[in-house]
Design a protein around this ligand. Structure first.
Ligand code: 13P
Length: 271
């Protein structure tokens, strides 16, 4: 992303709220309504900054109904999907079902899936491919834990996750893919990676995409940062050349805070 103080971006900035296992389907609707009102009051231009929410599966039908009924421009997605299309996989959700619910995106390989559910790079690669099969754009999450960061091998570690995740994709798919760098030590801890840490990793990811695919993939793929993003640090992170968006956890549960993150450009011009 090349940005200037007046907010000209090469790739459309993407600000996403990952609600994790918060908000039942009633609370979820209220949260989305408040977010939409706040952004509408602020005359948010969704063509300048794309806004996405990732609610729990049980909220998705309500979110779809609200988005369609009120013609909201907020897009939404699932927090996970099965690598399989259908069958005897109790508890799992097919990409086909997400597509039918109007999901544009799906998170794949969030660190909480990798650690709590032991999802391997191999499974995650199959999930990325399943998402493409069902025409849902995967947001592949990568990032290192604290020990790896302290050992100084974070770039190598994260790029290995990236390579495994995108294996077998076409250049066209890789360009559509969104990659989210979320250092595990910065998630939900209040410990935010500095803008320069986010930039270091996003630049490395972009260079890796150029070598795995080609320069047009590297130039087109959107790269997000996630981990303790708040309204007061969003603008500085977004000012980095290779950061195209933000994946926000805790702060996305507060509609006014999240709206201020979406409106990070107003902070840049105000600064
Ligand atoms: O995991 C995250 C988003 O997917 C980040 O969570 P927090 O913003 O709560 O640190």
């Amino acid at each position: 992303m090349t940005s200037t103080a007046n907010g000209n971006f090469v790739r459309t900035p993407f600000i996403a709220g990952n609600w994790k296992m918060n908000m039942d389907h009633v609370q979820g609707i209220t949260l989305l309504q408040k977010l939409a009102w706040t952004l509408s009051d602020a005359k948010h231009d969704y063509s300048r900054v794309e806004v996405a929410v990732f609610p729990p599966f049980t909220d998705l039908r309500g979110v779809q109904t609200l988005v369609q009924g009120d013609e909201l421009k907020v897009v939404y997605g699932g927090q996970d999907l099965s690598q399989f299309d259908s069958g005897a996989y109790t508890g799992d959700i097919s990409g086909q079902f997400l597509r039918k619910l109007g999901c544009s995106y799906v998170l794949v390989g969030h660190s909480e899936r990798r650690t709590i559910h032991n999802e391997s790079d191999e499974v995650l690669n199959a999930k990325v491919k399943a998402a493409f099969r069902h025409e849902v754009t995967p947001v592949l999450c990568v990032g290192e834990g604290l020990e790896i960061r302290q050992a100084g091998t974070h770039v190598e570690h994260t790029l290995a996750q990236l390579r495994a995740g995108v294996e077998g994709l076409t250049a066209e798919q890789a360009k559509e893919l969104v990659v989210a760098y979320e250092p595990v030590w910065a998630i939900g801890t209040g410990e935010v990676a500095g803008p320069e840490d986010a930039q270091e990793m996003c630049a490395a990811i972009r260079a890796e995409l150029a070598s795995l695919f080609d320069d047009s993939v590297a130039a087109g793929t959107r790269l997000l940062y996630g981990g303790s993003v708040k309204a007061n640090n969003a603008a500085a992170i977004m000012a980095e050349a290779d950061v195209d968006g933000l994946l926000v956890g805790g702060a996305s549960l507060d509609p006014s805070e999240f709206a201020n993150i979406v409106r990070f450009e107003s902070h840049i011009t105000a600064a």
